[in-house]
Every structure is written in C-alpha cells, then in structure tokens.
Design a protein. Structure first.
Length: 277
C-alpha cells in the first residue's frame, strides 16, 4: 500500500468536508484511492445520517429561488438541530442549492445530497416543506428573505401588460409588498379568503364584548369589530408599512395609474422557521 500523504488527506477533506481523521482512515481503507475513499465516506455518511435521523431538527432557514425571467419561484424550509449550524456557510449553501434544484425539477431526489450534508455537518437535516408559485397569466414572481433566513415571503403580482411586469417600478413594488408581508404576517389575501371558522370566532368575541349594549347598536358594533379584524388581518386591507395612510389595495391602484396598467396580487406565501402548519 502506498503511503498516505498529508496532501492526500487535505485533498479528500476539501472534496468531502469530512474530518481529517475520517479522511485518513478512508484513504488507508481504500489503499490510497481518492475516488474509493470518497465512496467509503459517503457510505459512512449514510450510516451517520440514519443514526441522526431521529434527532430533533427545529432550527434552520428558509431558502428561496426565483427564475431569471421571474415566471416562477419557490420557498423551501430546511431544518437542522442548532442555530449555530443554521448560520453555517455549508448549510446555507446546501439550502440554497436545494431551492434551485426544486425550482428546476420539483420531483428531484435530494436524499443523497441531504445524507452527505448530515455526515459533513454532524447534525440531522430535514427538507421540511416547499411551495412554488407561478403567475396566473401575465405577471411576475418576487421573493424576500428576512435577515438570517428565519422568515421568507414569495408573491405573484399580476399585470395587465408584459411591459409592466418587466418594469423596475413594478418589480420594486413587488419587493416592498413581500417585505410588508414578512413584517405583518397577514392571515390571507382578502376578507373573502378568511376561513369561515375564523370569522365565526371573531364574531362570537365581538358579540360577547357588545353584551349589555342597546340591541339596535349591537349589529353595528359587531360589524365594526369585524371590519377592524379584516383590516388588520387581510393583506389587501392592511395599511402599507411604508405609508400607513394608504392600504395595500390603494397602493396597487395608484401605482397602476402611474404606469397605466392594472396590478393584482394573486397569491402569496409566508414561511417562518419552525411554525406549525
């Protein structure tokens, strides 16, 4: 067997990210063959991943990817065990690569890559969930990832013209809307989208708060409280964080008039690491 040099060990470490001792052992086992040593470490990674699979992975980040033509985008939550690893460059790069691959092919098998990362990083890793958005017709996709990757937003903005979809003004607006959603966490797009059980619950609370008021005033009080709930919870009715004197719907209308195009927020999704879904 040929002697295992320090350069061989460092080369294998650079290629796999495994520890120096593990790299040297793999090279000894493979009689100095770099390719065979990589295979040995990958097999070891499978065993390591199996051992770690039962461990809790409640930390992590949300990664995003949007196509260059802005016609589709995706959010992916990738979890690990500690916040320390969530900030690790290898983990962040892996998460970004996962988002890019899923955007390109939603059916891609990522298990081998995930297993390699478990072996390399030393913690359990889960690709927990993903959502892809595509405009209904003419429009664009925009995303925003808050500092640290703990919150991310994906949004589709419909436009009546292709020129509007490609304009810097509309793209800037779309990003502002994503940042707004990250900050305010709206329940849904409009009041028509609020689940009936939530409306019933809010109405019940409002009725209880109106108890003892004159009968002729109760309906007005209840409706007023429901309107306030909708204005706080429904995206289109919320006050824009950058201009609280105007709602999101008013912003869309005024911007549309500026560029002579109709603008419509079609869909949005907001991911927060570890939230119950």
């Amino acid at each position: 067997m040929s002697a295992i040099s320090k350069e061989d060990v460092l080369n294998l470490r650079e290629k796999t990210g495994a520890g120096l001792i593990d790299c040297k052992r793999a090279l000894v086992e493979s009689n100095g063959s770099l390719d065979d040593a990589v295979s040995i470490l990958r097999k070891k990674g499978v065993a390591t991943a199996a051992k770690k699979a039962g461990r809790d992975a409640g930390e992590g980040i949300v990664a995003q990817s949007v196509s260059s033509d802005r016609t589709k985008g995706i959010l992916v939550e990738v979890n690990c065990e500690t916040d320390f690893v969530a900030k690790n460059d290898d983990f962040v790069n892996f998460s970004s690569a996962v988002a890019r691959q899923l955007l390109e092919n939603p059916d891609v098998d990522l298990e081998e890559q995930r297993t390699e990362q478990v072996a390399k990083i030393g913690e359990n890793i889960r690709i927990s969930r993903s959502t892809m958005l595509i405009p209904d017709s003419i429009g664009l996709v925009e995303s925003y990832v808050h500092t640290g990757g703990k919150v991310a937003v994906l949004l589709t903005l419909g436009t009546s013209t292709t020129e509007a979809a490609h304009s810097e003004r509309v793209q800037s607006l779309a990003r502002d809307l994503c940042m707004h959603i990250a900050a305010t966490s709206p329940v849904c797009l409009s009041r028509n989208d609020v689940p009936e059980e939530l409306v019933s619950k809010e109405k019940e609370i409002a009725m209880a708060q109106a108890e003892g008021k004159p009968a002729q005033a109760v309906d007005k009080i209840v409706q007023g409280k429901l309107d306030k709930y909708f204005s706080n919870s429904c995206f289109l009715e919320q006050s824009f964080v950058k201009d609280p004197d105007h709602s999101i719907q008013e912003l869309l209308i005024s911007t549309g008039k500026e560029i002579e195009a109709e603008l419509t927020v079609e869909k949005f999704v907001r991911f927060q690491v570890g939230e119950e879904v």
